[in-house]
Design a protein around this ligand. Sequence first.
Ligand code: HEC
Ligand code: HEC
Ligand code: HEC
Ligand code: HEC
Ligand code: HEC
Length: 287
Amino acid sequence: MGRDILKTAVDRIGPGSPALFPRAFFMLAVAALVFAAPASATFKKEAPNSCIDCHKGLEDARLREPVALWSASVHAEVGNTCDGCHGGNPADTAKSSMAKENNFYAAPKKNEIVQFCGKCHKELSDNFMKSEHGTTGEQTCIGCHGSHTIRRISIDIINEDKCSECHDYDEAEKLKNILQGLHGKFQESKSKAKMITGLPTEPLNKELDKVWTKLRQVRMISHTFDIPKVETFAQKTGESIDQVDLEITRLLDVVRERKIWGYAAVALFALLAASFYFYNKSGPSRG
Ligand code: HEC
Ligand code: HEC
Ligand code: HEC
Ligand code: HEC
Ligand code: HEC
């Protein structure tokens, strides 16, 4: 009976039957690789880098400071060095490393930045160019993320101080609420899922990963700054989270039910043991 509960629990997790899982996930993995390749390319982290070596010793603060700022950034963490953004040849220790022939790209001007970052973050820059931020050209990637100081993202990038410099905070706040609500919902389901014990949770985790991919997509779409569009996608993703959450709740019920059966079995066993004891005790005195 325990096994049956387990089986239905596993089968009901996903929309696909277990046989469909591997193929669907293989395709998903391929798709993820294709789409994620540019911004998750591997870099040679430890290779000597002339840009860093020369710039960190330069007199002029304007030329020197990017090194320290960059060192604490997410790009340093993932190994995207100076040349990833600025081009040039980091193996050449002379100033010729910044020659035109090495595709050197000096500090980009304001109207070049979206394309500059879009070399690796293409989906985001494409979406961004559709936004009013992109078409008016007043706001660029570095207005929100910085250039050398770029950190791992946080929803607090959207705040009243920053977002009311050029317009009302209303629309910005709406966007923040949509994204924050979705992140909160996802985190809640994720922590609930952690409380499932004694059942195989792999299929469930795969469903959670799928939902996470959708959530990432909402993030991509958020760079259109088109609130109704973001809202539509966020709502769909919210519904997917709800579905997975229903399954999590059901599995938690199974866990609870099993515990109750467990307690009942222990109680029954204790009762049997007690009856045996009294039976044995009273047995000989009868005869
Ligand atoms: C031998 C020292 C040296 C090396 C190596 C070097 N730079 Fe420079 N870099 C300089 C100096 C000096 C300047 C100031 C402009 C000038 O004198 O040409 C500069 C300027 C720059 C600028 C600012 C350009 C502007 O117009 O504002 C950037 C960006 C830059 N370097 C990036 C790089 C990158 C990327 C590399 C590696 C591929 C690199 N540098 C390698 C010395 C160096
Ligand atoms: C994520 C992309 C990125 C990386 C990595 C990066 N830069 Fe830059 N850099 C920019 C952008 C964008 C600008 C122009 C806007 C600005 O000044 O903030 C810039 C401007 C500069 C300037 C001109 C500064 C000024 O005030 O005129 C220098 C010098 C420079 N970078 C050097 C470096 C060096 C050295 C490294 C490596 C330690 C580096 N950059 C890594 C994006 C990057
Ligand atoms: C008006 C502010 C703003 C501008 C401009 C902006 N971003 Fe963002 N970006 C955000 C916020 C806020 C998030 C986090 C959204 C979330 O948590 O759901 C984010 C997320 C990201 C992420 C993480 C996405 C992921 O999950 O992989 C990257 C990378 C990024 N932005 C790059 C860019 C680039 C490149 C540009 C320019 C084309 C840009 N951003 C312009 C606010 C901005
Ligand atoms: C040479 C490729 C390259 C360029 C050019 C580049 N990035 Fe990145 N960026 C990356 C990689 C790789 C990551 C790490 C992705 C990861 O680990 O999720 C990253 C991460 C980020 C993140 C953090 C995402 C997160 O999940 O928290 C932000 C924000 C970001 N980049 C913004 C920018 C901006 C703004 C520019 C332009 C000034 C830029 N990037 C240029 C490769 C690049
Ligand atoms: C450098 C100026 C500037 C800053 C800073 C800025 N924006 Fe904008 N934003 C604009 C411009 C210009 C528009 C075009 C419409 C307008 O003028 O209101 C716009 C439009 C928008 C829209 C679309 C409004 C609509 O009606 O469709 C959203 C959403 C938005 N911004 C969000 C943000 C957020 C979030 C921040 C803070 C992280 C921010 N903005 C910071 C310049 C800016």
